[in-house]
Design a protein around this ligand. Sequence first.
Ligand code: TXA
Ligand code: MG
Length: 311
Amino acid sequence: MQLGQDIHYAAKLIKTGKLVAFPTETVFGLGADATNDRAIASIYAAKNRPEFNPLIVHVSSVEQAKMLVEWNEVAEKLSRAFWPGALTLVLPRKADSPVSLLASAGLSTIAVRMPAHEKAQELITIAGVPIAAPSANKSGRVSATKAVHVAGDFAEENIYILDMKGADLGLESTVLNISDADVTLLRQGAIAQAEIEHVLGASLVCSTDAADRPSSPGQLLRHYAPHKKLRLNATSVNTNEALLAFGSNVPAGAHTVMNLSNTGNIQEAAANLFAMLRLLDATDASSIAVMPIPDSGLGQAINDRLKRAAS
Ligand code: TXA
Ligand code: MG
């Protein structure tokens, strides 16, 4: 961990796949290049999350957002009223979106937000890439509103912390799903529900348990699942199975093989997980066999996601 105030250095780190904690007007974010799977994997590793939750992708303009997601009229209206600011919009992923599938946890939607904090905007602009950033706290801890809080949580990690003032709101952004006909409130936050309803001239459907507790019943945040059946902990394969391999000891005979990491690197495996699952799902194999993945570090999050996909 290193504290500093050099925004050009921070932008360079982002561009080279490193992590930078930065202030926004809500809370500090732990940022990485949203288009870089390996960089996103290191966010999850640093946060120590046992599962992959989709991250908010921060942009410096509406134009940049439009390159990532399918924009719509509601997005136009809400961005005019509340951007830059503490409102996060969940929209369909564009077919050619450069955003890492790991950043959106394999979902077909992406959460975007244009922060109002001047330094956050500057960082995104100079880096020249959208920045994926969850709140800059370890999993299970409260969100950070000061650089020293971030430093306390991430003392051991290789991250650069922009030591600047911010987080005056002290509350995370409000998260809205506007990817369907109904506008759904996924998380209460710094912008009040009533303000949003006033702008829309309509009531919001509330599903505020869903966003932060994706496993709760009636969830709106659906997890990515392949169409094909998954068979976990496979140590042998047959010829009509596609194989999602891990490590060097790969059984022979599969229809198609993709290796999460030849060298058995768990962070590389996390970076490849959703993209490879999608590729294998698109083959004409009858099902997907998955080799055992060690259940430590990011392996826990990988196994959590594979178990959900298999059930
Ligand atoms: O104020 C904030 O929002 C801060 C600053 C750094 O921008 N960020 C933040 O990120 O609070 P995080 O990762 O702690 O929370 C992101 C929320 C989660 O509740 C997540 O489930 C939801 O956004 N989310 C992200 N992508 C989503 C998607 N595609 N569909 C549904 N919910 C999504
Ligand atoms: Mg958080």
